[in-house]
Write a protein that binds this ligand. Structure first.
Ligand SMILES: Cc1cc2nc3c(=O)[nH]c(=O)nc-3n(C[C@H](O)[C@H](O)[C@H](O)COP(=O)(O)O)c2cc1C
Length: 441
């Protein structure tokens, strides 16, 4: 069962700003190999070949006995599982990333896309988005920009601020990004994109001593007549990219239709040895194993389904370990997840950073504080952000909870996190007493 645009349901308003409208470039000269003209040096590579290859343990971190064969390496970075939380602008913030990690199964999570210029000029908002901490490890930072932008410098900044992996966004279809600032625009000129990426890779190598891998997240191409992902992935591999994530849609599709996993398999077939991470419409615990088997992808990235079911990674991990299909969470457990999300939003209220490095610790009572890095945090604003987040998020969670409209309404109108928590606890108590919280919800 796939996730289509229809599944966005009443969350569509929340998603639409990032969906945007793809830019059209009349008369633009295509410079990448279009679909049907893709050459590959290794025609013997068959679909599913990677799936049979054992995961390569990092020399310093061999596979634990309790994690047989499901870890993957991206360069020198070892991921405990091949499951990645997708960057979703406005949703996959620090609190949510930690929530998913605590629930289990997440091998890597990344920040939303960050503008390289904004990073370097010290934009408060961008530094907030880049905030990470120990509980958010390993954390990738995703950058976007084009050839004129200071992407290599921004990548070095990201490493200094906690990034364990640098990801270059080559798939964002939103006008604001794809018209002149990179994202999907990079799919339209593979040669220029390759040379830009090479500059980033060399800078990151120098800055991190080869410790931090650089990856790219692409779509299949701008439109179905220009499927460039296999060609681009191979070019990027040649200059040292350590993994490529492929969202199986074209830019012009936005999130319509279904992801084309056959096309993702073509990317796997086109590269020599780097991991390809498949992405698009994964929404059930069994999907990842099936897609990895079918395509040879060595990892799977999950986006929208994680917003509704952040416990999907843990359930998927169990399937990958051959432990069978685990039961869904009970309604009570789902409420506990929402309560924990509220706690994390409170714990990691996004501070307004002035004059220091992005840092996410703080009090949630609206007081300002100066943290260990000399940052001043406007916690009132952070608290407001957290409340707004949960107002939005409850409708995503609600999709999995049956008839909880009054609860969603009460949370949407709650003035602060403490009130939300109270509403949830009362609701659980009332319904438990009435015996309406069955084990499966
Ligand atoms: C609201 C929204 C925001 C997104 N923001 C980003 C982003 O910042 N960076 C990125 O690479 N992809 C972004 N994406 C795309 C997702 O990472 C992912 O590729 C896409 O949702 C397909 O995966 P899914 O079917 O599992 O959701 C966004 C998607 C949505 C719906």
């Amino acid at each position: 069962m796939g996730v289509s645009e229809h599944d966005l349901g009443d969350d569509r308003d929340e998603v639409s700003p990032a969906d945007g409208t793809p830019t059209s470039f009349p008369g633009y000269r295509w410079k990448c190999a279009p679909q049907g003209h893709i050459s590959t040096d290794n025609p013997a590579r068959t679909l599913g070949e990677h799936a049979r290859e054992p995961a390569v343990p990092h020399p310093d971190r061999p596979n634990r006995p309790d994690s047989p064969g499901i870890s993957i390496n991206i360069g020198h970075l070892r991921l405990d599982t091949p499951l990645l939380l997708a960057p979703i602008a406005g949703h996959c913030d620090l609190a949510f990333r930690i929530l998913c990690r605590e629930l289990g199964g997440v091998g890597l999570a990344s920040t939303d896309l960050l503008n390289s210029n904004a990073i370097l000029r010290g934009s408060t908002r961008t530094h907030e988005l880049a905030a990470t901490c120990e509980a958010d490890s390993p954390c990738g930072m995703q950058l976007y920009g084009c050839g004129d932008d200071p992407l290599p410098e921004a990548a070095c900044w990201a490493i200094d601020h906690g990034a364990k992996l640098i990801d270059i966004n080559m798939g964002c279809p939103v006008d604001k990004v794809a018209k002149k600032n990179g994202g999907s625009l990079l799919l339209r000129d593979c040669a220029a994109t390759t040379s830009l990426t090479e500059r980033i890779i060399r800078a990151v190598e120098r800055h991190s001593g080869g410790r931090v891998p650089v990856t790219a997240k692409v779509r299949l191409g701008w439109d179905p007549d220009h499927m460039v992902a296999p060609d681009l992935a191979r070019r990027l591999e040649d200059i040292g990219i350590q993994a490529v994530t492929v969202h199986g849609r074209y830019t012009t599709q936005l999130f319509r239709g279904v992801a084309d996993w056959g096309a993702i398999a073509q990317v796997v077939a086109a590269v020599q040895s780097i991991p390809v991470i498949g992405n698009g419409d994964i929404s059930e615990p069994g999907h990842a194993a099936t897609r990895m088997q079918e395509t040879g992808c060595r990892g799977i990235m999950i986006g929208r389904a994680a917003l509704r079911t952040p416990w999907l990674f843990a359930r998927t991990e169990r399937v990958l370990r051959g432990e069978g299909s685990p039961p869904d969470l009970s309604l009570t457990q789902k409420f506990q997840v929402v309560l924990r999300h509220i706690d994390l939003l409170e714990e990691h209220v996004v501070p307004v950073v002035r004059g220091g490095r992005g840092h996410a610790d703080g009090h949630a009572d609206g007081r300002s504080q100066v943290d260990g890095h000399g940052c001043t945090a406007d916690l009132g604003r952070g608290q407001r952000h957290a409340v707004e987040q949960m107002h939005k998020r409850i409708s995503w969670y609600g999709h999995t909870m049956g008839h909880v409209k009054p609860l969603k309404e009460a949370i949407r109108t709650a003035p602060d996190l403490a009130a939300m928590r109270e509403v949830l606890l009362e609701w659980i108590e009332r319904h438990s007493a009435a015996g309406s919280l069955s084990p499966r919800g």
